[in-house]
Design a protein around this ligand. Structure first.
Ligand SMILES: *Cc1c(COP(=O)(O)O)cnc(C)c1O
Length: 431
């Protein structure tokens, strides 16, 4: 079978032994249709699938690969760490170094605890917020994703007096009954929620630049109001920066917006592609954690020596002067080029970026919330996705995901991407 598609063959094998053939649902291409590409190897801005077809990679493992794949300094650090042992279950100096490096870059954090995934970090931050305040209720926003802890798999109830409903089977309604789900960027609704429930709210958790409903910024006024209302009511403001941390800039979304949260949740880039995440904040709150305080939290592989080596080497590279300026400029070139290509072909289109993160929309306005994002023409997005994929450009296989540019993307990659997009726009009927 010389022409057999190796991705098809692998997908069939995978589906026999792994639910849906994937270990995280969005990888299955369910939203866009077609066969997921099974990746064999990656280097710099590219990866190659099972047919040895090359793609320019704009997902970067959903954010972590900010240096591109196989950065030499990171590879060397990981290889050295591996030779010294994979895991000890006892403390190491490297954990201190990584903690110190993170705290130096995120001034709102005085202490940090390392964990293994963004889900775990967000879940732990939530428990800590409840433990530290002695309160039960939490606020989250429609379209923000904070991992898959039970209390966060929730959609809005009807009206502000009622709390959220589970969005997944297996989550009892009792577990989401303390989660209030509000509309992103809706100041009036936020004020009403605090007026009704303010004294019972442990924390407000938010992606201040949201990357899980494509790319939507909190307006400065909305973000400032979140801060004010939390302070007034004694609730903790939790910035989930698993995606935005060290991605939109060296100081995260909090640096971009100039807002100091109480707790910060990090992941993705801080592990440089290894399983590593973290949460942190002021000393008085963080010392509520076990073994010092009453809030329990633990992990067999937390602060893993190989993962911390990878994270440290990554942080060292991105801390170099001019790193984010260059990355942001390249990302803006991509976004501006896509806008121009769409305009030239008469397609409604808009796009935005911050640092090395971007989003684009098949509509004229930049959406302010989840409901607007979801009005995107699905069929058109899918045509664009597959058109780009055929041309060797790999963007996220769902319209509600952000995109990522790495330091390894070259000018010629950006130009080739814009040209591919122009060709695909030409094949899509304009309105
Ligand atoms: C990816 C992500 C998470 C979950 O992280 P995992 O490592 O996938 O568990 C949480 N919050 C945000 C904002 C994310 O983008």
């Amino acid at each position: 079978m010389p022409n057999a598609d190796q991705n098809d063959i692998l997908f069939e094998r995978a589906r026999a032994v792994i639910p849906g053939g994937v270990n995280s649902p969005v990888r299955a291409f369910k939203a866009v249709g077609g066969t997921p590409r099974f990746i064999r190897r990656a280097e710099g801005a590219y990866f190659w699938d099972a047919n040895d077809k090359r793609y320019i990679d704009y997902i970067g493992s959903w954010g972590p690969m900010i240096l591109g794949h196989g950065h030499p300094a990171v590879v060397e650090a990981v290889q050295k760490a591996v030779r010294e042992g994979f895991s000890y279950g006892a403390p190491t100096e490297r954990e201190i170094e990584l903690a110190e490096a993170i705290l130096a870059l995120v001034p709102s954090m005085e202490m940090v605890r390392l964990v293994s995934s963004g889900t775990e970090a967000a879940m732990s931050a939530l428990r800590l917020a409840r433990g530290a305040t002695g309160r039960k209720h939490i606020i989250k926003f429609e379209g923000c994703y904070h991992g898959h802890a039970d209390a966060l798999l929730v959609k809005a109830g009807s009206g502000l007096a009622t709390f959220g409903h589970p969005t997944s089977a297996g989550v009892p309604p009792e577990v989401t009954q303390h989660t209030l789900v509000l509309e992103y960027n809706n100041i009036a609704q936020l004020e009403e929620a605090f007026a009704l429930h303010g004294n019972d709210i442990a924390c407000l958790m938010i992606e201040a630049i949201a990357g899980n409903m494509n790319f939507v910024r909190a307006t400065p006024a909305f973000a400032a109001r979140c801060r004010e209302l939390c302070t007034q009511h004694g609730a903790l403001l939790v910035f989930d920066e698993v995606m935005t941390g060290f991605r939109v800039g060296l100081h995260g979304a909090q640096g971009v917006l100039g807002i100091t949260p109480d707790l910060t949740v990090l992941g993705k880039v801080i592990g440089g592609g290894m399983p590593l995440a973290a949460f942190g904040g002021p000393r008085a709150i963080m010392e509520q954690l076990a073994p010092l305080g009453p809030v329990y939290q633990a992990g067999t592989l937390s602060g893993n020596p190989v993962a911390t080596a990878c994270g440290l080497a990554t942080l060292k590279e991105i801390s170099k002067p001019g790193f984010y300026e260059a990355l942001a400029k390249k990302t803006r070139t991509l976004v501006d080029g896509l806008k121009a290509a769409a305009a030239a072909e008469g397609q409604p289109f808009n796009a935005d970026s911050e640092g090395g993160m971007f989003g684009f929309f098949l509509m004229d306005e930049l959406p302010q919330n989840y409901a607007t994002v979801m009005t995107t023409d699905n069929a058109k997005f899918n045509a664009l996705f597959h058109g780009l994929l055929d041309r060797g450009v790999y963007i996220a296989p769902a319209l509600y995901e952000a995109g990522f540019v790495s330091a390894a993307h070259g000018e010629e990659d950006i130009a080739a991407t814009i040209e591919a997009a122009r060709q695909v726009f030409r094949t899509i009927p304009s309105p």
